[in-house]
Design a protein around this ligand. Structure first.
Ligand code: SF4
Length: 385
């Protein structure tokens, strides 16, 4: 039996946040209901092809999955459980927007088998939330958090963002501390920097000079604050933008970074199965009509592409990549393929090597993590001739 991670995309939101380029949009109850029925057909229709897999994690993301009726989530979970071999200890996460999480709904998610919630609060300041176009306040987040704990959730992630309009190092540090001081504390915190994505309202307003963002120096300060403050509260950075208490890492996302097989359901959902990448089409009406007929052509990865991904994704983890695992997958020594790149970045103090339990690991140093994209770009052309 092979391991399988499942991702389910819910492409609906109450309204569109100004910075967001995810595949999501507002939709009425009727469309939501049709979408869930289409999802059920897709989940069921693909089951036979994955009979040889055991599901280790499920992630219901979006969009705003908590915008659906709790009954929809129950139906999705029921279909998954009937059609796939979901392991008893599987991690089953769902994203919840604090503006759409009532206590009764959260209790029903828990009863339906969801065992990890991801709450996107982004900031503890209502003025910053408003500038982002978020539909909730900090108080609503606190209520959603209490509701999740009361429902029985012990595994909770909180999403934060830095580099927001009007954000200062003082306001960001207060956000970090307020989240880390929640009782009981969340086991996981994701902290991403705001990125201006092409085509978003933020990008348009920024170009028109209507949106002011923190300058580069403030951004560097905010970036540095995340690790320093969260460490004080016992959170360990295990990925460029992700922090967890001991044992609280998100197994689903670690699976992405270590290239586990994953299968996506819903519009735009991507998959990686046995080194073949494929993706569902992004058009909602076509999906509602024929959910099983929307896969775009698959793309078997060449050996060089697999190596690039192994390095590019693996180096995101602070544990780094294991040289032995590289050899096991590719039957090539890491230094034979990437020796020159490794030596160069080690000389610059951006990469380091360590022996752990008899295995050699290559990882980004603190300084390397700061310029991770620049370092990782050098792993894009393996010398495998
Ligand atoms: S709630 Fe999330 S997915 Fe929806 S528009 Fe806002 S950022 Fe995007």
């Amino acid at each position: 039996m092979k391991n399988l991670e499942i991702y389910i995309h819910i492409p609906f939101c109450a309204s569109k946040c100004g910075y967001c380029d995810f595949l999501s949009a507002p939709a009425g109850r009727d469309v939501q209901d049709k979408y869930v029925r289409a999802l059920e057909r897709e989940i069921q229709g693909r089951a036979e092809a994955y009979a040889g897999f055991e599901v280790t994690t499920v992630f219901i993301g979006g969009g705003t999955p908590s915008l659906l009726e709790p009954g929809h989530i129950e139906r999705i979970m029921d279909t998954l459980g009937r059609c796939y071999r979901v392991l008893p200890g599987a991690e089953i996460s769902m994203e919840v927007n604090p503006g759409t999480a009532d206590r009764n709904a959260v209790r029903r998610y828990y009863k339906a088998g969801i065992n990890r919630l991801s709450l996107g609060v982004q900031s503890s300041w209502d003025v910053e939330l408003k500038a982002l176009g978020r539909i909730h306040t900090w108080r609503q987040f606190l209520d959603a958090y209490d509701g999740a704990v009361a429902a029985g959730f012990s595994r909770i992630n909180v999403d934060l963002m830095s580099g927001l309009p009007g954000q200062t190092s003082v306001s960001y540090e207060a956000t970090l501390r307020k989240v880390a001081e929640l009782v009981p504390g969340p086991e996981h915190i994701s902290a991403y920097s705001l990125i201006l994505e092409e085509g978003t309202d933020f990008a348009r307003r920024y170009e028109a000079g209507e949106l002011k963002l923190p300058d580069e120096e403030t951004e560097r300060t905010l970036y540095g604050l995340t690790e320093r403050v969260l460490r004080e509260y016992g959170y360990r950075r295990y990925e460029i933008s992700n922090y967890a208490k001991e044992g609280g890492e998100c197994r689903h996302n670690v699976g992405y970074w270590t290239r586990e097989n994953y299968l996506g359901f819903g519009i735009g959902a991507a998959s990686l199965i046995n080194n073949v990448r494929f993706q569902n089409g992004r058009d909602l009406s076509s999906y509602l009509e024929a959910p099983l007929g929307q896969r775009e052509p698959s793309n078997p990865l060449s050996m060089a592409e697999q190596m690039e991904e192994f390095m590019f994704l693996g180096l995101r983890l602070t544990a780094g990549v294991c040289a032995g695992a590289f050899y096991e997958v590719f039957q090539r020594k890491l230094e034979e393929v990437y020796g020159e790149v490794i030596d160069r970045h080690m000389a610059l103090g951006l990469l380091a090597c360590q022996d752990r339990n008899g295995e050699k690991y290559l990882y980004l140093t603190e300084r390397g993590l700061d310029v991770a994209n620049w370092v990782m770009a050098d792993f894009l052309e393996p010398s495998i001739l």
